[in-house]
Design a protein around this ligand. Structure first.
Ligand SMILES: Cc1cc2nc3c(=O)[nH]c(=O)nc-3n(C[C@H](O)[C@H](O)[C@H](O)COP(=O)(O)OP(=O)(O)OC[C@H]3O[C@@H](n4cnc5c(N)ncnc54)[C@H](O)[C@@H]3O)c2cc1C
Length: 432
């Protein structure tokens, strides 16, 4: 059987779809751009509070990274804790770390309240060390995280690693029991149903092409030109992540779109699946050119990585299938003869400081920059920004932190430097 260039998760769910004949309303309280975790979480929260909300999606519900990811609902942020403390100081880093833990509770709460059947499970995550010095650094991180954030992680020495992973490749690991796993396509579909239940209106094939300031009946607001017509909104919230485009030029210059790719194997025999991941963890390694992997709820190995740095194209997806298969066999030689059945790609959003950002720029609200930690954080930021738009005095430690653009302004939204960045990361993995 050939590999399907197709997203496995989408084969497990019927995605909801909006009524294509429904015209855009003339005016709304909030126009939300993007129907992924960020936008739908915000729309749900706002609509539950009585706001008139239109979600404008260029493609279809969940079309972006939200249906394409590994489904790892992770604690922490992309940057290590020592780096965070050096950038923001102790107090703000403590609030950020606490927010990253709350973001997982936030997903769990929504799943429970909305009765979303998305295989959410608190199975914990395992980070594995590709070098001895990475493993040595785990001990320092565990100590800082326990002391500064009152959160316990567990070190797993190489001699005990077989209880966590059926691979001999690594120098040890670090476990966080709080992280969870989810089927992301089922989750984003459930969020869309929940937003719809709350009376938010979702419009597919409604790409926003232009946003301009415009008053209506004496009230300040925004006119949005979309592929489906125009709509006026009192407030605009943007959750376009790695697919941010020219409709929001100021944001586009601050976000680097980076490709990530995933393969899934055929369904594995129970004993083999148990041998590969005895505790069913969400697993990722310590490299910059990262591999992340897990079992799917139906017992396939899902194996992802930045096989190419470029956002997905048919060509990069095809090439990634073989690169990732070889990576998977390096980790798990047991899978040498196992068929790969699916391959797909998606685009991540990185800010230049690799941090999440929740901001109001020139009057428009944004939440972006999840850097591969977006399942929980995007849901959380959508909710928090909705509370902010609704006028609450909500605590969000990511609001107001500096949001740097490219050094010397050498970036117009087209990531010409990605081939160099890819090579740079490979070099870093070699030397560090
Ligand atoms: C392959 C892959 C694996 C990943 N694995 C993980 C993981 O295991 N754990 C984790 O935490 N994170 C992971 N991530 C990251 C995570 O998926 C994202 O951070 C998260 O989905 C972002 O959600 P979002 O709603 O902000 O953006 P998206 O889901 O990308 O949605 C943005 C939407 O905006 C729409 N849009 C863009 N421009 C416009 C416009 N002008 N008008 C209207 N609509 C527009 C797009 O069509 C898109 O649907 C992964 C990402 C990828 C690509």
């Amino acid at each position: 059987m050939a590999i399907r260039e197709k997203n496995f998760w989408l084969s497990t769910v019927e995605m909801p779809t909006s009524d294509s004949a429904q015209p855009l309303p003339e005016a709304v309280d909030v126009a939300v751009i993007g129907a992924g975790f960020t936008g739908l979480s915000a729309a749900r929260t706002l609509a539950k509070r009585g706001a008139k909300v239109a979600v404008l999606e260029a493609h279809t519900i969940g079309w972006g990274a939200s249906s394409r990811n590994g489904g790892m609902v992770l604690t922490g942020m992309k940057l290590g804790v020592n780096k965070l403390i050096s950038m923001y100081g102790r107090e703000l880093t403590q609030r950020m770390y606490a927010a990253s833990l709350q973001s997982i509770d936030c997903v769990e709460q929504i799943v429970r309240d909305e009765n979303i059947r998305c295989d959410f499970s608190r199975c914990g995550h395992l980070e594995v060390a590709c070098k001895q010095k990475h493993f040595d650094d785990y001990a320092r991180q565990v100590e800082v995280i326990a002391r500064e954030f009152n959160h316990q992680l567990r070190i797993v020495p190489k001699s005990e690693l077989a209880s966590e992973i059926g691979s001999y490749l690594y120098y040890g690991g670090m476990v966080d029991e709080i992280s969870a796993g989810v089927n992301p396509a089922k989750y984003v579909a459930g969020l869309a149903w929940a937003a719809d239940q709350a009376k938010a209106e979702i419009f597919e094939n409604a790409r926003v092409n232009e946003i301009t300031r415009e008053s209506r009946q004496g009230e300040a607001g925004w006119s949005l030109k979309t592929a489906k017509g125009n709509v006026w909104a009192r407030n605009v919230f943007v959750g376009t992540s790695g697919y941010t485009g020219p409709a929001t030029p100021a944001l586009q210059k601050k976000i680097i779109p980076i490709g990530s790719y995933i393969i899934t194997t055929a369904v594995l025999p129970e004993t083999l699946a148990h041998e590969l991941s005895p505790r069913n963890r969400m697993i990722y390694d310590s490299k910059n050119y990262i591999y992340y992997y897990r079992l799917t709820p139906d017992r396939r190995m899902l194996f992802g990585g930045r096989a190419a740095f470029f956002p997905e194209t048919k060509d990069s997806i095809r090439k990634s299938a073989e690169i990732l298969r070889l990576g998977m066999i390096e980790v798990y030689p047991q899978l040498r003869d196992t068929k790969v059945e699916y391959v797909w790609g998606g685009t991540l959003d990185f800010a230049f400081d690799i941090m999440p950002h929740a901001v109001q720029m020139d009057g428009i609200y944004y939440a972006v920059g999840y850097a591969g930690h977006g399942v929980a954080m995007a849901t959380y930021q959508g909710q928090k920004m909705a509370e902010m738009i609704a006028g609450d005095n909500t605590d969000n430690p990511f609001v107001g932190i500096p949001f740097p653009g490219a050094p010397l302004g050498m970036y117009n939204g087209k990531p010409w430097f990605l081939p160099f960045a890819g090579a740079w990361y490979k070099f870093l993995d070699w030397v560090s």
